[in-house]
Ligand binder design. Structure first.
Ligand code: AMP
Ligand code: GLY
Length: 421
């Protein structure tokens, strides 16, 4: 069948790389894709939320399966758009409908869902400009650090963690009254601070059954030893040594199963990936957020560990027969390190020529473009290099070895990914 992957980052390149290995994949397209996806798919110059142009491409290229990478088109209702259109309604879509995507699109919706279904998470309250006085009183009663979250999508910037009460009140007013994050902060969730290690858990569900993918750890800060500004993610490893069988069982029983059952009870059909961001507090897992997509760069470490044919997995999602699939995982460790542009995560340079790319290594393109036959940087996060080996140390060593041969002006990557394992 012909398949379209929507998105243009490292996650989408990894998905294309894996889909291309399937005997069921005839023609593969990426919209908009990048210089990496161009090696295994045909790039279509279409924005991820340009539904009308996506429709034309799907019909022109007789696409039967669409995999939606990023959250934006899902939250805007791409799945509903396909279902409503007689010409598109038979096309399979991996990614939830708008209502279910609200799990990522509204923190307040996600928190209410977790409370309703007894899923462990931080205690919280939600406020609007009308309830600002109550919100300030709530902050006064709470203990620092104060966690403020813009309700809506804010490009990963909508969460503030502050030690100082005065500062927290100031930020709160900016969010609610001055719309610091635009519409996204018309509502603010204030929640308890959870102290622990973060784990990324991925589930693929057909709405009835689910498969738990390998767990991963993401390194979010720009600086070594987890210092400096937050980024989209600077590296990932999978599996995680501190996630043992008992902890995985707790995640399954206390979080994944109630999440899938909760969706069913609330009559929210869901076909696609659920990314559950967890914190291990003591020995207990607690949910910090749901995302309705795969993580990036976690995908670059998780997908290469999956043995199964990805098209077959997606067909089973379509047919609601995921219970007939046995997920097979390579025992090797995967280690991913992200190379970024100078300045990232603040304003950064683009258009730098990349040298030293090798075809026989797992080099996933995150922000690149092919211009005049040359691969150039086109984003803050540029390349995600993954290696697999028998243990973390060897996998990381191989990844750094590959990275040492790659260059572009201003290249930066953390040299300490996996340092804490
Ligand atoms: P979110 O967008 O909700 O995942 O939040 C972004 C990041 O903020 C998370 O990855 C955590 O590092 C941190 N964070 C969010 N909520 C909490 C919390 N309740 N306690 C501690 N850290 C948090
Ligand atoms: N790496 C975190 C995310 O994809 O949101």
């Amino acid at each position: 069948m012909n398949i379209l992957v929507i998105g243009g980052g490292g996650r989408e390149h990894t998905l294309c790389w894996k889909l291309k290995q399937s005997e069921h994949c005839k023609k593969l397209f990426a919209a908009p894709g990048n210089a990496g996806t161009a090696e295994c798919a045909t790039n279509l110059s279409i924005g991820v939320s340009d539904f009308e142009k996506i429709k034309i491409a799907v019909l022109d290229h007789q696409i039967e399966l669409v995999i939606v990478g990023p959250e934006e088109p899902l939250v805007l209702g791409i799945h509903d758009f396909f279902l409503k259109d007689p010409a598109l309604m038979k096309v399979g879509i991996i990614g939830p409908k708008k209502k279910a995507a609200t799990l990522e699109g509204s923190k307040a919706f996600a928190k209410a869902f977790m409370y309703r279904h007894n899923i462990p998470t931080a205690a919280y309250k939600e406020f609007t400009s009308e309830t600002l006085v109550k919100a300030e009183a709530f902050l006064e009663k709470s203990n620092p650090p104060y966690v403020l979250k813009a309700d809506g999508l804010a490009a990963g910037k909508g969460v503030l963690i502050l030690d100082d009460l005065k500062q927290a009140k100031k930020e709160l007013r900016q969010m609610l009254l001055e719309k610091k994050f635009g519409k996204a902060s018309r509502k603010v969730v204030i929640e308890e601070f959870l102290n622990g290690i973060e784990v990324s858990c991925f589930v693929l569900t057909d709405g009835k059954n689910y498969l738990k993918l390998p767990m991963a750890k993401d390194y979010k800060r720009i600086g070594e030893e987890d210092t400096g500004l937050n980024t989209g993610g600077m590296g990932a490893v999978s599996p995680i040594p501190f996630v043992d069988d008992l902890f995985e069982q707790k995640i399954s029983n206390q979080i994944i199963k109630p999440t899938i059952q909760g969706l069913k009870k609330d009559k929210i059909p869901y076909k696609g990936f659920i990314f559950i961001g967890l914190i291990k507090v003591g020995d207990e897992p607690k949910v910090i957020e749901y995302n309705v997509r795969l993580g990036d760069p976690e995908t670059e470490a998780v997908i290469p560990r999956i043995k199964n044919d990805l098209v077959e997995l997606f067909q089973s999602v379509q047919n609601e027969s995921l219970d007939t699939i046995k997920l097979e995982i390579y025992p090797e460790v995967a280690a991913t390190v992200m190379a970024v542009s100078k300045g990232y995560p603040e304003s950064y340079q683009k258009g730098k020529i990349i040298k030293g790319l090798s075809k026989d290594k797992m080099i996933f393109h995150a922000g690149t473009k092919l211009i005049d036959e040359k691969v150039q940087t086109a984003g803050g996060r540029v390349l995600a290099v993954t290696s697999m080996a028998k243990d973390h140390k060897t996998a990381l060593h191989k990844t750094y070895e590959t990275l040492s041969k790659i260059s572009f002006e201003g290249i930066y990557y953390r040299k300490d990914i996996g340092f804490d394992l």
